[in-house]
Ligand binder design. Structure first.
Ligand code: URQ
Ligand code: ZN
Length: 417
């Protein structure tokens, strides 16, 4: 199938220019004006619109088995919903339960992803360690195209990587020429604070942010940064949510260390007042980790994005229906952690970023697509509008408006934060 996108303004991470784009099958073939195209090709009128690289969401969890249930969006509903909002690729996570072989978990996730309606890739989490893990990391990096290994420093007793696992995995990842990513919260401190709060009789969702304050994130971010520095491996900190953690990233980057960071669209616009909602179900829907923060953290995160100290945006889409959130009805530590968002990320960044003058359209493309493609080594096949690149292209009408709502979104979850 050949398609001509005509009359639009092309916006990439580095330039804005008038051009038509002709693609055949999944590949961009020609970019320019007055293109010579077959008479029977489909023509899309992009007049008055921007034509941009499709969004890449570098952090999602489709149908993740977690905290005794499964995230409700699967690889079909999630990829379909994200495309309606302008994201054309996601990078999900293979998360082996401890003692599960990485290669077995990789096959499981690949099986789930066969129903995806858009392109995807995988990070692989290191949740335990022995020689087989080391060997499987090599197989994944050299034969399966995996170039990033994830470490959850939280979730003690489940998938948490302690310092011994971090050191061994970071060193192996370095030797494989790959990158390490971390969920930076100190799992020991979280457990300690959870027990203290429950003993005080605090069992509702309001206990969640109290058990993981910014200092818990900042300690883990700082520890991951110093471990990565000592071992000499590039580090990517996912869902940086607080000024305290971002300050650790900035300090490392100003020292010349290779540290990338990511911010979730949700953390840029939602604050911790949601946990004080009188309706238990509403407050429980906002239970995710790291939690939503006091509003002043948003300014720091926007400044981080605008200054280039934060390179990417994601959603960490890991959605649970209202009935699933009931698992923590009497104990907030049992509320499945996660929120939705992959359908709305691009709209949130455009409205609160570009329309409010924080980001240029070019910076919007860098933050929603190109930077993630470069960091995870899929550029310029993805995240670019050049001949030979994948034709993952969005036509963006900057004048169009919509109301974000669970009533109209395509995500499987029954709530929209
Ligand atoms: O921690 C994560 O990124 C996964 C388990 C999604 N849940 C969450 O609360 N962020
Ligand atoms: Zn996480």
């Amino acid at each position: 199938m050949s398609v001509l996108i005509k009359g639009g303004t092309v916006v990439t991470a580095d330039r804005t220019f008038r051009a038509d784009i002709y693609s055949e099958g999944e590949t961009i073939k020609a970019i320019g004006e007055n293109l010579d195209v077959p008479s029977n090709c489909e023509v899309i009128d992009a007049g008055g619109c921007y034509v941009m690289p499709g969004g890449i969401d570098p952090q999602t969890h489709m149908q993740l088995p977690f905290m005794g249930t499964n995230a409700i969006d699967d690889f079909y509903t999630g990829t379909t919903a994200m495309m309606t909002g302008g994201t054309t690729m996601l990078i999900d996570f293979v998360i082996p339960a401890p003692k599960t072989k990485l290669m077995d978990a990789f096959q499981t996730w690949k099986g789930w992803a066969e129903k995806a309606s858009a392109d995807y890739s995988f990070h692989v989490a290191i949740t335990w360690w022995d020689e087989t893990v080391k060997q499987d990391m090599k197989t994944l990096a050299t034969e399966c195209g995996v170039n990033s290994f994830k470490h959850f420093m939280a979730y003690k007793g489940a998938i948490m990587a302690d310092d011994e696992i971090l050191v061994k995995s970071f060193e192996n990842a370095r030797d494989l020429g790959t990158m390490v990513t971390v969920h930076a919260e100190n799992g020991e401190l979280v457990e300690h604070l959870q027990k203290k709060l429950l003993k005080q009789g605090i069992t509702g969702p309001e206990g969640h942010p109290l058990s993981r304050p910014p200092e818990v994130e900042a300690e883990a971010a700082q520890r991951a940064i110093r471990l990565a520095e000592m071992i000499g491996v590039p580090l990517y900190i996912v869902h940086t949510s607080s000024k305290a953690a971002l300050d650790a990233v900035i300090e490392a980057r100003l020292r010349g260390q290779i540290v990338f960071s990511e911010v979730l669209s949700q953390h840029l616009v939602v604050d911790d007042s949601v946990y004080r909602d009188k309706d238990w179900n509403t407050a429980a829907h906002y239970v995710m980790s790291p939690p939503f923060r006091p509003k002043e953290n948003q300014e720091a995160l926007w400044n981080g994005l605008q200054s280039g100290m934060i390179q990417t945006t994601a959603t960490d889409h890991c959605s649970f229906k209202t009935e699933q959130k009931q698992m923590g009805r009497n104990d907030f530590t049992k509320i499945p952690n996660g929120t939705g968002g992959l359908e709305d990320r691009m709209n949130i960044l455009w409205h609160h970023g570009v329309n409010k003058g924080r980001l240029t359209p070019n910076e919007f493309v860098a933050a929603t697509s190109t930077n993630a493609a470069k960091i995870f080594n899929i550029y310029p096949r993805k995240g670019a509008i050049i001949e030979g690149a994948d034709a993952d292209i969005i036509v963006w009408d900057p004048e169009k408006t919509k109301t974000i709502s669970a009533k109209t979104h395509h995500q499987a979850v029954d709530f929209n934060i």
